[in-house]
Design a binder for this molecule. Structure first.
Ligand code: AMP
Length: 282
């Protein structure tokens, strides 16, 4: 695997591949790699001649400094995982390389970034859009892979790519889960033993809620019952449980009160201060 730390180093390798007419798949990540990331890489390997992975913990997308400070960093372990996954190029820039100071330019996302994650994490999607735009310009990939776990991020990126006429294809990969249903996330390593036991309940209960909604039950009633069950178990386990939102939404992330095709339940909650997100189709 080749490694590069600066855009010009990465371009030297990438230009060579483009000259050889190789297709390039790109998986942007913030590192602390897990099986979810590896599922994106595996898909990219299957669809492209060469695969590039970036590791960059983007300070612009953290609205909470302590979340940024506590974000796990395991670069050497990540490098081994990427070698084992036969990735062709790792791009791992520093913050000063990626965002030279003073920063004069940022991507400003419009109203689509105001709900849910955008509401609870002000500035988050501007930070995501800015770094993704830069990464796409540096890598020049044929296809770029994002996880459905961050469903709102997928819509923001898709829309940006459309509006700015980026030449890349955006591919969305389904959420990869632990056996008990918990979505793999870099933040899972910060869960205590007791909060880890509570963590899968949200998805498990929301799956049941989704089934009841499909069968015609009232969405807000079944979603509230799902939340209450998580709250009860968390309390028994002495785990602090808070939630930002658990809602039934349509593809524009507007809330809906009734079942129709193409709806999803989106959820964000914290267990002992570790913030988790998930979503599932109804
Ligand atoms: P992150 O390192 O958290 O920024 O994630 C990098 C990419 O991996 C994003 O496109 C995420 O949506 C995706 N991803 C994270 N967790 C999972 C998962 N459990 N299943 C599938 N994709 C994931």
């Amino acid at each position: 695997m080749e490694s590069s730390y600066r855009p010009e180093e990465a371009r030297e390798v990438l230009d060579q591949w483009r000259l050889q007419r190789r297709s390039i798949g790109f998986v942007p990540t913030m590192g602390a790699l897990h099986a979810g990331h590896l599922s994106l890489i595996e898909r990219a390997k299957g669809e492209n001649d060469k695969v590039v992975v970036s590791i960059f913990v983007n300070p612009l997308q953290f609205n909470d400094q302590s979340d940024f400070d506590n974000y796990p960093s395991t670069l050497e372990q990540d490098r081994t995982l990427l070698e084992d996954a036969a990735v062709d190029l790792l791009f791992a820039p520093t913050a000063s390389v990626m965002h030279p100071m003073p920063m004069n330019f940022k991507v400003a996302v419009g109203p689509m970034a105001e709900a849910y994650e955008g509401y609870y994490r002000p500035g988050h999607f501007d930070g995501v859009a800015t770094v993704v735009a830069k990464l796409l310009l540096i890598v020049g990939a044929s296809r770029v892979y994002f996880g459905e776990k961050d469903i709102q991020q997928c819509s923001v990126v898709r829309r940006m790519v459309e509006e700015f006429h980026f030449p890349n294809r955006i591919e969305v990969v389904s959420t990869y889960r632990e056996e008990d249903g918990l979505a793999f996330s870099s933040r899972n390593v910060r869960l205590t033993a007791s909060s880890r036991r509570v963590a899968p309940l949200m998805y498990q209960n929301l799956q049941k809620a989704a089934k009841s909604i499909r069968e015609g039950q009232d969405p807000s009633f079944v979603i509230n019952s799902a939340i209450e069950e998580v709250a009860t178990v968390a309390k028994e386990a002495n785990v602090d449980f808070q939630f930002d939102y658990v809602d039934l939404v349509d593809e524009t992330f507007g809330p809906v009160a009734q079942f129709s095709e193409g709806l999803r339940i989106v959820a964000a909650w914290t267990l002992d201060g570790v913030r988790l997100i998930d979503n599932l189709s109804v």
